[in-house]
Design a protein around this ligand. Structure first.
Ligand SMILES: NC(=O)c1ccc[n+]([C@@H]2O[C@H](COP(=O)([O-])OP(=O)(O)OC[C@H]3O[C@@H](n4cnc5c(N)ncnc54)[C@H](OP(=O)(O)O)[C@@H]3O)[C@@H](O)[C@H]2O)c1
Length: 266
């Protein structure tokens, strides 16, 4: 039932060269669908394309930096030439920079928003030009449970994901009448190149395959919000409502631990 949902669909995945995006491409590849896979690292795209060659799917790969609007516009035109209408767009490309202070490096802030927020917005602007007249299409944006509060040392990342989640919510309401589905995916900690760099303890860290199973099922069920793992979702719900003074105390304990680890690693 779930596998047949994907049959004959054309599915775009940005950030397909590693982690969640790559695993999702592998998971989708048995379903007789067309995969449009995008990232900046060409050798990784070629390697993935080879890995998928024997599977039951058509694969196109695209080297593109999603933070550059003209690259996104050009690649979208090429995708339509190659595969026609995109049924599902999984906007997953993202970065997280390791910082001692969220005020340290404004360029990192610009890059974080350029990729995590505008990198998706540029695609959505192109997709809507086709989705609105067609009265169909799905946008699945990969945000994060980190959207909930301003976690110390992750100011740019949390802010970019909060902005993305809020933006997706507006889109969902606005475009329901056009038959367009907008899903927000909010993972907790998942094993990937992004989390491999973290030097702090990641509660309820989930294997990539397990996280992708949840995403895979959630998209097929067209769930508005796909969030996991449940224990972290519950914890985050509590964190969301604790008063600022208590958040500051907890944040300072965690921050002390993190800075100690980061300084030790330098
Ligand atoms: N892992 C977690 O714990 C976790 C938790 C919550 C949310 N997320 C979100 O999940 C998404 C996937 O992350 P991941 O954990 O799988 O990390 P990852 O393994 O580092 O993958 C990130 C992907 O984004 C691509 N990317 C980064 N900058 C790009 C750019 N400018 N243009 C095009 N592609 C770009 C990377 O490809 P190239 O380097 O080849 O361009 C890579 O394929 C991200 O949005 C992340 O914020 C992850």
């Amino acid at each position: 039932m779930i596998n047949s949902y994907y049959g004959n669909k054309t599915i775009l995945i940005t950030g397909a060269t590693s982690g969640i995006g790559r695993e999702l491409a592998l998971r989708l590849s048995g379903n007789n669908c067309t995969l449009l896979l995008l990232g900046r690292r060409e050798e990784r795209l070629n390697e993935l394309s080879k890995a998928l060659a024997a599977r039951n799917c058509r694969v196109f790969t695209y080297k593109c930096d999603v933070s550059v609007k003209r690259e996104v516009e050009a690649v979208y035109t090429q995708m339509k030439r190659d595969a026609g209408f995109i049924d599902i767009a999984v906007l997953n490309a993202g970065v997280s920079f390791r910082m001692l202070s969220s005020g340290d490096n404004v360029t990192m802030g610009e890059q974080t928003f350029g990729i995590n927020f505008f990198g998706a917005v540029y695609f959505i602007a192109e997709l809507l030009k086709d989705y609105v007249p067609a009265k169909k299409g799905m946008i699945a944006g990969v945000s994060s449970l980190a959207e909930t509060r301003g976690f110390p040392g992750s100011g740019y990342y949390c802010a970019s994901k909060a902005a993305f989640s809020i933006y997706l919510e507006s889109l969902r309401v606005e475009h329901k009448k056009h038959g367009i589905k907008v899903l927000t995916i909010k993972p907790g900690f998942v094993v990937s190149e992004m989390t491999d760099k973290n030097e702090f303890t990641m509660p309820f860290l989930m294997k990539t395959g397990k996280a992708v199973d949840i995403i895979y099922r959630g998209i097929a069920k067209e769930k508005n919000i796909i969030q996991f793992p449940l224990r972290l979702v519950a914890l985050i719900k509590i964190l969301k409502f604790i008063p600022p003074f208590l958040f500051d105390i907890l944040g300072n304990i965690k921050e002390f631990e993190k800075q100690k680890n980061m300084r030790g690693a330098e």
